[in-house]
Design a protein around this ligand. Structure first.
Ligand code: 13P
Length: 251
């Protein structure tokens, strides 16, 4: 199973900026990328094709859409479909990100519909989960994660190819705060996530990647990626510069 080193560029970068960062990343990391690592960038929609073109023909580099709607096409002003993302080179889609849950108001049911629709439409999906600080303080981490996983994945067919579904554990309190979760917290949440995945999908859930996200930096990535059940990272702020994301990718 290759480790998935993913960048979420959120609502940052124009076309030119995105292409320049993508090129810098390729220049710094492509030749040295270990065979057991995969690099994925989620640019925003307007830069997706630009970044896909930079990555064209480079082994182990791909792009994904940060969001999509649950229809192929139609009168849904402002929305975009998996098919449209695929037409400009997207291989992956992202669902359940904390900013979509807590800023844009998406609920578990809708995230679940999106996750299964993306998979059905041929995207590989990175499905995000994570508790808020008040859940952690109240001892409700497992309850929250289990609910998010069970509802978010309830429509995913049991016979899914495990390579096509990754889960990103991103504790909300660690996103963009500089406060990275400690090794014990990551180990516990990832082991628990794996246990729930196995209860749903059986042993093949061992081949699904569970990523960690939340204040990953060049300085902490090597330690995080070496932990049990950590099969990659999903990086926000530190992925915006080619130099720092290349250090993470190669850490
Ligand atoms: P930061 O790396 O900026 O904390 O963001 C994490 C994230 O939300 C990735 O999806």
């Amino acid at each position: 199973m290759k480790k998935l080193m993913a960048a979420n560029w959120k609502m940052f970068k124009t076309w030119d900026e995105a292409r320049a960062t993508a090129q810098e990343l390729v220049d710094l990391a492509a030749a040295k990328l270990p065979g057991d690592r995969e690099v994925l960038v989620f640019p925003q929609f307007t830069a997706l094709k630009g970044v896909a073109d930079v990555f064209q023909g480079i082994d182990g580099f791909s792009v994904g859409g940060q969001d999509y709607y649950i229809k192929e096409e139609g009168a849904y002003t402002g929305e975009i479909s998996p098919k449209m993302l695929e037409s400009v080179g997207a291989v992956y889609g992202l669902t359940g990100h904390s900013e979509r849950r807590h800023v844009l108001g998406e609920d578990d049911e809708y995230i679940g519909a999106k996750t299964s629709y993306g998979l059905e439409s041929g995207l590989k999906v990175v499905f995000c989960i994570g508790e808020k600080i008040e859940d952690r303080k109240a001892g409700r981490v497992e309850e929250v994660l289990e609910h998010q996983i069970r509802v978010g994945l309830k429509n995913v067919p049991i016979n899914i190819d495990p390579e096509n579904l990754s889960i990103a554990y991103e504790p909300v309190w660690a996103i963009g705060t500089g406060e990275v979760a400690g090794p014990e917290e990551i180990l516990e949440a990832h082991a628990f996530t794996r246990k729930i995945l196995i209860s749903i999908f059986g042993e093949k859930a061992n081949e699904m990647r569970v990523l960690y996200g939340g204040s990953v930096k060049p300085a902490n990535c090597a330690e995080i990626i070496a932990l049990d059940n950590v099969d990659g990272v999903l990086v926000g702020g530190a992925s915006l510069e080619g130099e720092s994301f290349s250090q993470i990718v190669l850490a």
